[in-house]
Design a protein around this ligand. Structure first.
Ligand code: FES
Ligand SMILES: [Fe+2]
Length: 452
């Protein structure tokens, strides 16, 4: 285990063992003695090449990963190329309703069969023309007389495992992996009301980030940093009221729920008109006719009412029965290793994080917006991914709206975190008991995979 041993007090493992509400138990822990340094998670995992290479073997080649949305490959022959460090897969709609993932390497002399997605009837290598059918069988060897030693029947394209959930296609390189169904743990049950199958990808922006992929993800799974990194949202975002959930025995999934439409406890006496004004300033979704707060009403109640109206209109469905939480709050899940899907109806985001090429100090972060399909299932063409370079800002992607400014603030910090960890003389980072419990939980799972 690379979790550093001298952690004071019990780890989140204690919480696994029957404590259904982790907050109070975690917060009761004694503080370390004055001057005693605490280090929960080793820092070499954020930059060492050795760790990175082991992560390829133990994580990227062993876990279920989000490859694409099903609406990106709606027809037989449609495919995308999924890349993770050195590995490349062709994820294809091989037959009606059947998805397959082939190792993207010609079995003649190794050429990449596809460098980008598209629609094909077969996979033909551009070098000498060996050709495979959509079901992975070798069908053509040009000049076949010269290959008497090759039995076509044994030259099918090697495959990775494929599964689908919530309109997402997942892949796993490990032929002996656990089924996607059990890997997802409580996620399907928690998303039963959120209908991710009934959404389509309306925006998709990726950016090269100046940090390890885990650092990027960690910046998006806690609200503890909000007061200092995003002070503009405190008028309408209950940062320190955020609920964090890890569950007994659940390895791959965690959750946080951040309330919106209430001021942060740091600015608790803000009048409700100001909460509404500031939320409308930053979130165009709430623009339009004025929102008045009458006697006995709250800013949160009025904003939720507006959200239900807007969500009903944009989805073409009656959403008047949505709770305030479902219509306003940020209900964010994490699925190990690198997917962050949001529930609720307020902000239909999914994030994905992965290494950029073979560099442990660079990553690709992606932000997708999943909007509701029309009631008849129709939807506009799914968005193609806009790729931002390391020098570009998230705000260079206008389709992200107000999410871009927040992500730019986080990106500036992440550059400093990556460099700061490199100069640190402290062997590990110190995590908050409750507000950073998802990060602790995540690293316990990561360490368990790394130790296999
Ligand atoms: S390398 Fe692919 S056909 Fe020769
Ligand atoms: Fe942030």
């Amino acid at each position: 285990m690379d979790i550093i041993a001298q952690r004071p007090g019990p780890s989140v493992q204690t919480v696994f063992e029957g404590d259904t509400n982790p907050a109070p138990a975690l917060m009761r822990q004694e503080s370390p003695a004055a001057g005693q340094s605490t280090a929960d998670v080793s820092i070499e995992r954020y930059f060492s090449r050795e760790w990175h290479e082991k992560e390829v073997e133990k994580v990227w080649r062993k876990t279920w990963q989000l490859a694409c949305r099903v609406e990106e490959i709606p027809n037989v022959g449609d495919h995308i190329v999924y890349e993770i460090v050195h590995d490349s897969l062709i994820v294809v709609h091989a037959a009606p309703g059947q998805y397959r993932a082939y190792i993207n390497s010609c079995l003649h002399r190794g050429t990449l069969l596809r460098t980008e997605g598209g629609c094909v009837k077969q996979f033909r290598c551009p070098f000498h023309g060996f050709t495979w059918s959509l079901d992975g069988k070798l069908i053509t060897i040009p000049g076949e007389w010269d290959f008497p030693h090759v039995d076509k029947a044994t030259m099918s394209l090697p495959e990775a495992k494929v599964g689908t959930w919530g309109g997402f296609v997942f892949v796993n390189f490990d032929p002996d992996c656990e089924p996607l169904e059990s890997y997802l743990e409580n996620l399907p049950e928690h998303f039963a009301a959120f209908d991710l199958e009934d959404r389509y990808k309306a925006a998709h922006v990726a950016k090269i980030m100046p940090c390890n992929w885990k650092l990027a993800m960690e910046a998006f799974v806690e609200a503890y940093h909000v007061a200092f990194a995003h002070p503009q949202v405190l008028g309408y975002y209950g940062d320190t009221n955020t609920q964090y959930d890890v569950w007994p025995g659940v390895r791959h999934v965690s959750r946080m729920i951040s309330v919106q439409g209430v001021p942060s406890p740091a600015v608790a006496d803000l009048p409700p008109e100001k909460t509404i004004e500031q939320m409308r300033r930053d979130v165009p979704f709430f623009a339009g006719k004025p929102i008045e707060v009458g006697a006995g009403e709250t800013a949160r109640g009025k904003l939720a009412e507006r959200a239900r109206e807007k969500i009903s209109r944009s989805s073409g469905r009656d959403m008047s029965a949505l709770s305030d939480t479902e219509s306003l709050d940020l209900i964010e899940y994490m699925l190990f290793p690198n997917m962050v899907p949001w529930g609720g109806q307020a902000l239909p985001i999914t994030y994905r994080f992965r290494p950029y090429k073979d560099d442990p100090e660079r990553s690709i972060m992606e932000i997708m917006f999943l909007f509701s399909k029309a009631p008849d299932g129709s939807h506009p063409e799914p968005a193609t991914m806009r790729m931002l370079t390391e020098d570009q800002k998230w705000s260079d992607a206008p389709e992200l709206g107000s999410a871009a400014m927040v992500a730019d603030q986080d990106t500036d910090n992440l550059m400093r975190i990556q460099r700061g960890l490199r100069t640190s003389r402290k062997p590990g980072v110190t995590l908050a008991r409750y507000q950073e419990s998802r990060i602790r939980h995540y690293h316990e799972t990561l360490d368990a995979y790394m130790a296999r």
